[in-house]
Ligand binder design. Structure first.
Ligand code: AMP
Length: 460
């Protein structure tokens, strides 16, 4: 998963991009980068948090009125410096940079075709394919150029490009990943989520539509659509609503916090918890849904665990004694609240189950008499090929296990999940979502080669 930003026509484009990345930090903590253009291209990118990668002099050195930016959470390729984005090439003196959120599913096919045609790849990211396609496609008219290139892609993509002083934004035909448009002075801003617009004081205009390509030069914006756009069926990622996006964002025509509250209320209807003393969330991911759950059942809501937001990196190596260090440094139960109580814990999802188990142990050690867990989505049984870094099927705790077996694994007294129908019923348009991770039904097919490291020398 990743966060992307594009800015056109602002005197402080790099500062706005930096603030936007700050707001999108949750979408990727591995690496961050900004590219700008003022007749020459400037780029700074590195591994680390936005705060680690940039300082004031770095931001000041990124000159120009246009910028694109990226925070990375790898779903293809390793987490190394080469794979940081924006990815920049210069072709016939023209710089082309791209920042990508999503996963292509025809990577292997495109890669082979391009290599056979003489392309030399520098990274192991599927995103690099885009610039190779761009330089090989006739490029007089930007609208035709980008439509010709993007129409060749399969899978999920929300994209921003910077070609000299032109910014291009695009979303795949099914709209898997979000991308929003805002007005910023005389120019525009594109961002993965509206929380980036709020921080930069941009005015939200609308979402980029699935299959739409916007071309922004100065303060002029033109829009064009990919072939097949009128007939394509939306498949927005439901996990963005369940977990990934920030609750203060408005994406997929809804506010994420309100969606999560509705998920919690629906869960309460489907899986009530008679006899518990209170409802508590696993912070921060379960907070909004736990509120909805407690409200629905008129149960007390308690903050039973506190999240430490100042973790950063630590030099302390976890020893045997400190083996749950990583979990405890992040979340600490409030013993006086939990001791002797029957607690209902709301969590957004369970993936591998290992974190949930550690958290349950912490709550148990704090003296809980009973721990009942409710999950605001169905069991995750299939990997994601569209941009969420879910592990292989075998690593998913729900794969091949009954609910009781999962409950035993994470050591809770009871466990219930929200149904698929219940989850989709609280979305504005339940039919417009991808739920492949719960159902194994992949609306854009699956890649021939499923490896995340497909482009790391493994192609024959
Ligand atoms: P676990 O119990 O180890 O499956 O961890 C569950 C928590 O990690 C939940 O809050 C999940 O939503 C969160 N999570 C979200 N995305 C991922 C991911 N791609 N891989 C692993 N855990 C994730």
């Amino acid at each position: 998963m990743c966060g992307i930003i594009g800015i056109s026509d602002h005197s402080e484009a790099s500062k706005i991009a930096y603030l936007g990345l700050y707001a999108l930090q949750h979408r990727g903590e591995e690496a961050a980068g900004i590219a700008t253009y003022d007749g020459s291209v400037h780029i700074i990118k590195d591994r680390g948090l936005v705060f680690d990668v940039f300082d004031e002099s770095a931001i000041n050195s990124l000159k120009g009125r246009v910028a694109i930016a990226h925070t990375r959470y790898s779903t293809t390729g390793s987490s190394n410096i080469k794979n940081c984005q924006p990815f920049l090439v210069t072709h016939r003196n023209r710089p082309i940079a791209v920042a990508h959120n999503g996963n292509l599913t025809n990577t292997e096919e495109l890669y082979r075709k391009l290599e056979d045609g003489g392309s030399i790849f520098q990274t192991s990211m599927d995103s690099e394919i885009l610039v190779h396609l761009l330089v090989k496609t006739p490029n007089g008219d930007y609208k035709k150029w980008f439509v010709d290139v993007l129409a060749q892609l399969k899978g999920s993509f929300s994209l921003v490009f910077m070609v000299e002083d032109t910014i291009v934004g695009a979303r795949d035909l099914q709209g898997f990943r979000p991308l929003v448009l805002g007005k910023l002075g005389d120019g525009y801003i594109l961002a993965s989520e509206t929380c980036a617009l709020d921080l930069t004081k941009a005015e939200f205009i609308r979402e980029i539509e699935p299959g739409e390509v916007v071309i922004i030069k100065g303060s002029k914006l033109e829009s064009v659509y990919l072939p097949g756009h009128a007939k394509a069926k939306k498949a927005q990622c439901v996990f963005e609503n369940v977990y990934f996006a920030r609750p203060d964002s408005h994406i997929f025509d809804d506010n994420v916090y309100l969606v999560r509250k509705r998920l919690g209320a629906q869960l309460a209807k489907e899986a009530p918890a008679p006899g518990v003393d209170f409802v508590m969330p696993i912070p921060d991911s379960g907070v909004s849904a736990a509120l909805g759950y407690a409200e629905q059942l008129k149960l007390p809501y308690e903050v039973g665990m506190i999240r430490n937001h100042y973790i950063g990196r630590t030099f302390i190596q976890p020893s045997q004694f400190l083996r749950d260090f990583r979990v405890r440094v992040k979340l600490n139960p409030i013993h006086d609240v939990i001791k002797g109580k029957k607690v209902l814990v709301v969590e957004d999802s369970i993936v591998r189950g290992t974190t949930s188990r550690s958290r349950v142990r912490e709550i148990r050690n704090a003296g809980a008499k009973e721990i009942h867990m409710r999950i605001t989505c169905p069991p995750i049984v299939s990997p994601c090929f569209y941009g969420i870094d879910f592990p292989s099927t075998e690593e998913l705790v729900a794969h091949g296990k009954t609910i009781q077996e999962i409950a035993d694994f994470i050591e809770v007294d009871s466990l219930q999940y929200l149904s698929l129908e219940g989850m989709l019923s609280v979305m504005k348009d339940g039919g417009a979502f991808c739920h492949a991770c719960y159902t194994g039904k992949y609306p854009a097919g699956i890649p021939q080669n499923k490896s995340k490291y497909l482009l790391e020398g493994k192609l024959a």
